[in-house]
Design a protein around this ligand. Structure first.
Ligand SMILES: [Zn+2]
Length: 310
């Protein structure tokens, strides 16, 4: 077999004799090279076209995996948050119960302290002003829970303010009680003469007795019936050795006919403190304490005070 190649330019045909062994090998080599080149090119083109898609697909697969993971985590978080919210709701309930108990306690205290109940309405927020302080950036809570916490917080604020006011009022009341003449200036004995008009024990003429006489053995301690300051301790006419105490709230008490004085002017005395010893100095017929109570310059019947107890 012979293949005759005729190039256009040269017009001279070239003869390839396929019977020639060397030529056949050469053509085979050329053909093999051409096939290999085509295959390589095809693979290259296929690679160039398919590779981004595969990469994208692989990427999508990874992303799907991550989304799945994160969805799982979100589920866990949601479950955690739900559990925490449940716990928070329980805590809120407990705090509300405590707040209710505080209300009851406050009302009880106001009653005990005989305070104006309108002033201490523990159900109402106390009147006050101020600029709103918004806590920005807080995690959004379910509306009902958030409102519950807000209400409770303002209720606690109100209770705190009211309890503080109540405390200071009760303390003032306690101090007032200590300053008010209460009880007997001596232990034991008996009332030998009351306050008011009576025949004078020395001349028999009707005279006003400005105090209460309590007969007790000489030497018995005489005690301050209220807290105060000694304004006089010495001899004063018919009173003999006498102690006078100013209680700072309009009240003054006087203890007369003592045998001995245990305090001096300017000294602060506590309730029940021994200030003197019973005697019979001044216009007196025997050992007794003559006890007077004065309020804003007027002498009062001490009986109203000695009958009370602390
Ligand atoms: Zn008297």
């Amino acid at each position: 077999m012979q293949i005759i190649l005729v190039p256009r330019a040269r017009k001279v045909p070239k003869t390839l004799d396929l019977a020639d062994r060397r030529l056949r090998w050469r053509l085979l080599g050329v053909a093999a090279a051409a096939i290999l080149a085509c295959a390589g090119l095809g693979a290259g083109v296929a690679m160039a076209v398919a590779s981004p898609r595969d990469r994208a697909l692989a990427e999508i697969g990874r992303l799907q995996q991550r989304v799945k993971q994160q969805d799982g985590q979100l589920g866990d978080m949601r479950e955690d948050a739900r559990r925490q919210l449940d716990a928070l709701a329980v805590k809120l309930g407990q705090l509300q119960a405590q707040s209710t108990r505080l209300d009851a306690l406050g009302e009880h205290l106001a009653e005990v302290g005989k305070l104006d109940s309108r002033e201490f309405d523990f159900d109402q927020p106390p009147p006050m002003g101020g600029v709103e302080d918004s806590a920005g950036g807080s995690y959004p809570l379910p509306k009902s829970l958030d409102e519950g916490i807000e209400r409770l917080a303002s209720r606690f604020d109100s209770q705190q303010a009211q309890l503080a006011a109540l405390q200071s009022l009760l303390q003032d009341a306690r101090i007032d009680a200590d300053l008010k003449p209460t009880g007997m200036p001596v232990r034991g004995g008996y009332i030998s003469s009351y306050f008011g008009l009576r025949p004078d024990p020395f001349n028999g003429r009707i005279a006003r007795h400005t105090g209460l006489d309590i007969a007790v053995p000489a030497g018995t301690p005489v005690r301050a019936v209220a807290e105060g300051m000694v304004t006089f301790a010495g001899v004063r006419g018919g009173y003999g050795k006498v102690v006078e105490i100013d209680h700072g709230n309009g009240y003054m008490t006087r203890y007369a006919h003592n045998s001995k004085l245990l305090v001096h002017p300017g000294e602060r005395v506590r309730v029940g403190q021994a200030i003197s010893r019973v005697g019979s100095t001044g216009r007196s017929t025997g050992p007794h304490v003559h006890f007077e109570v004065w309020y804003k310059g007027r002498v009062l019947n001490p009986l109203a005070f000695v009958r009370k107890h602390r």
